[in-house]
Design a protein around this ligand. Structure first.
Ligand code: SF4
Length: 460
C-alpha cells in the first residue's frame, strides 16, 4: 500500500513594494534590485497595503528632486510604515533619519548588496524556493518592448553644476561581454528597442583601457563604437534589427565613427548629446567635457552622411555669469545647429555643486525670460522640421494601442518615430491602425500632419 501523500504548505513569500524616482539610470537600478529580490523568492506588490516592506529608490540630483524623494518616503511611511530607502539620496542618511526616524534602513546609490541585505533583515526570504521566479532578461519596470541598457556607472568629469560624481563616483564600465549578453537576453525576451544609458556613453571603457573580451568567438573592445557595431548585429524574434539609441553621448572625435552605422541602418539615427550651452565662456565655467568650437561643422558632416539623424540635446539657461550676449550666442547657435529635439532648464543651484560659488548669479526673472525665449526658438525649429516630414513614409514603434471608437470601431495608437526616445521626445499619433496591432510593433506609416512636437499619421 502506498503511503498517503501529504500536502506540503509552501508559506507565502514576503512581498516588496517599490517606488522608483528619478532618471532612467535609477530605474535600471530598481530593476536590478527587484530582479535579485525575485530570485531570492520575494513577490512584488503593486500597492502599499499588500507589501511587507516598501523600497523607495530616491533621486537627489536637484533640490526639487530631493523634496520629491522626501515626500515619497513620507507617503510610504504613512501608507505602509515599513520602509527602506536607497538611491542617490541615501548618501544623505542623516537628513532622512532626522525627518523619518522610523525608516528601517538607508543605503546609497548602487549599493545593491546592502539594499538586498536590508530587505532580508526586514522581511526574511523563504528558504529553498523551488521555482525560478525570474523571467528571461530580468524584471523590468519599463514596457516589455523597450529596455534601458546601462553600460557604466559614475563619471570622470567634474561639471561645475553637477554632483553626480560625488554621489556615484568615477567612471566604472561594465564588461562588454556582460553588456552584450544582457542586450541579447532582452531582445530574446521581446525588447524591440534598446536605450543605451550611462553618465557619459562616449567614455565607455576609458577606465578599463578598453578591455578586450571574447564575444561569439571574437575579440571585442569595451568601446562605444564596438558596442554600437555589436548591438547592430542583434536580431529580434521577428528577425529585424532592434532599434538602438545612444543617450548621453559627448561629442568626442570617435562619435564620428558611429554615424555610418546609422546610415547603414545598424543603429537608430539618433544621438542624445547634452550640450548644455554653446557660448564658450559659459561652457568653460560649466567645465563641460568635449567642449570644442567645431561642433557645428561636425553636425553638418554627420547630416551629410546620415540625413535623417535626429539630434536631441538639453540646455541650461541662467547659469551664473551668463550674459545677454552669451544667451544670444546660444540662440544663434541653435539657428545653425537646427537640433531636432531640445529640453531646456533654468539653472538651479544643487547643494554641494561648485557652480554655487560662481559670481554673477542671473536674477530669476531674467532666467525665466531666457527660458521662454529658448523654448520659443526650439519649438519653432522643431515645428519646421516636423512639417518637412509630412508626406513621408517613416517606420514607427507602437507604444500603446487605443480602444475601438464607439461610433465607427476604428482603432488609433500612440507611437514614436526613430527621432523620438520614450518619455523625453515627441509622439506619432496614428489613426486606423487596424486589428491585431500590439505595443512593440514596428510599422511604416504615412505622415499626414504635424504640430510643434508631434506627428500624425496612418499605416502606409
Ligand atoms: S558629464 Fe558632467 S553633468 Fe554629466 S554626470 Fe559627469 S559631471 Fe555630471
Amino acid at each position: 500500500m502506498c503511503a498517503p501523500i501529504m500536502a506540503t504548505k509552501i508559506p507565502d513569500a514576503p512581498k516588496i513594494g517599490m517606488v522608483s524616482l528619478g532618471c532612467p539610470k535609477n530605474l535600471v537600478d530598481s530593476e536590478r534590485i527587484l530582479t535579485k529580490l525575485r530570485s531570492d523568492g520575494y513577490q512584488m506588490s503593486a500597492d502599499y497595503a499588500g507589501a511587507d516592506v516598501v523600497l523607495v529608490n530616491t533621486c537627489g540630483f536637484l533640490d526639487s528632486a530631493k523634496e520629491e524623494s522626501l515626500e515619497a518616503i513620507g507617503e510610504a511611511i504613512a501608507e505602509n510604515g515599513r520602509v527602506i530607502v536607497t538611491g542617490c539620496m541615501g548618501d544623505e542618511a542623516d537628513v532622512i533619519r532626522a525627518k523619518f526616524p522610523q525608516v528601517l534602513a538607508v543605503t546609497g546609490a548602487h549599493q545593491y548588496e546592502q539594499v538586498v541585505n536590508a530587505v532580508h533583515d526586514a522581511s526574511p526570504p523563504i528558504p529553498n524556493a523551488f521555482v525560478d521566479l525570474v523571467p528571461e532578461g530580468g524584471l523590468k519596470l519599463t514596457p516589455r518592448h523597450y529596455s534601458y541598457l546601462k553600460i557604466s556607472e559614475g563619471c570622470n568629469h567634474r561639471c561645475s553644476f553637477c554632483i553626480i560624481p560625488s554621489i556615484r563616483g568615477d567612471l566604472v564600465s561594465r564588461r562588454i561581454d556582460a553588456v552584450l549578453r544582457e542586450a541579447e537576453k532582452l531582445v530574446a525576451a521581446g525588447t524591440k528597442e534598446l536605450l543605451v544609458i550611462s553618465q557619459d556613453t562616449s567614455a565607455y571603457g576609458v577606465d578599463t583601457r578598453h578591455d578586450v573580451r571574447q564575444w561569439k568567438g571574437r575579440d571585442i573592445r569595451a568601446h562605444m563604437t564596438d558596442l554600437a557595431r555589436e548591438l547592430g548585429q542583434l536580431r529580434t524574434t521577428e528577425g529585424r534589427a532592434p532599434w538602438v539609441r545612444l543617450h548621453y553621448v559627448y561629442p568626442y572625435p570617435h562619435v564620428d565613427q558611429v554615424i555610418p552605422l546609422m546610415a547603414d541602418g545598424l543603429l537608430t539615427p539618433y544621438l542624445d548629446i547634452p550640450f548644455q550651452h554653446a557660448a564658450p565662456n559659459v561652457l568653460k565655467a560649466m567645465k563641460r567635457p568635449a567642449n570644442e568650437a567645431k561642433v557645428l561643422d561636425r553636425i553638418r558632416k554627420w547630416r551629410a552622411i546620415c540625413p535623417d539623424i535626429a539630434i536631441r540635446s538639453s540646455f541650461v539657461v541662467g547659469f551664473p555669469g551668463e550674459t545677454e550676449a552669451d544667451f544670444q550666442y546660444l540662440l544663434d547657435w541653435l539657428d545653425e545647429a537646427q537640433l531636432d529635439r531640445v529640453g531646456a532648464f533654468r539653472f538651479e543651484p544643487v547643494e554641494g555643486a561648485a557652480a554655487n560659488a560662481l559670481p554673477d548669479a542671473v536674477p530669476e526673472e531674467v532666467k525665466e525670460e531666457r527660458y521662454q525665449r529658448i523654448m520659443e526658438k526650439t519649438a519653432a525649429i522643431s515645428a519646421a522640421k516636423l512639417q518637412a516630414k509630412i508626406g513621408r513614409i517613416l517606420p514607427v514603434i507602437i507604444d500603446e494601442v487605443g480602444e475601438p471608437d464607439e461610433e465607427d470601431g476604428s482603432v488609433g495608437a500612440t507611437a514614436r518615430s526613430q527621432a523620438d526616445a520614450p518619455e523625453i521626445d515627441g509622439n506619432v499619433f496614428l489613426r486606423d491602425v487596424g486589428e491585431g496591432r500590439r505595443a512593440g510593433d514596428i510599422v511604416d506609416i504615412l505622415v499626414e500632419d504635424a504640430d510643434d512636437h508631434d506627428l500624425y499619421g496612418v499605416p502606409a
